[in-house]
Design a binder for this molecule. Sequence first.
Ligand code: CMP
Length: 147
Amino acid sequence: MSGSYTFTMIKPDAVQAGNIGGILNMINEGGFRIVAMKLTKLTKRQAEVFYEIHQERPFYGELVEYMTSGPIVAAILEKDNAVEAYRELIGATDPTKAAEGTIRKKFATSIAANAVHGSDSDDNAKIESDFFFPRLERFTAEGESCY
Ligand code: CMP
């Protein structure tokens, strides 16, 4: 798969608060196409591996516990310059610093419970997308699977 893709999760706080629809609406309004999507719940091991890059950070244990506390929505999104465009749409990691009109400004409650994840590079978008989705579960704009 080549082109402009990013990976996102709607995190447990936002799923629990009933904000899946509101967030997906902002994603659609932002001009992103949904390539793949699922509602799932991470095991401790899966969250530890997904966030392995943060394992030396002091908040790693809290992050893993939080991300396994309830279901999440995982998705691959397509748009030109997707990683940067999506990070702009979601806003700063710390919702108190997130700009008006961003997903985190509207839906995040704290730096840990910050409503959504967005990949920080094209390489990580690929790694994170591959973690959740086989080609069979990815769809072209024409509705063909095996993207
Ligand atoms: P995300 O962009 O998904 O990737 C790493 C996550 O770690 C981040 O969102 C936050 O949810 C969490 N995080 C980052 N900084 C802190 C912090 N200082 N305390 C708790 N959680 C944090």
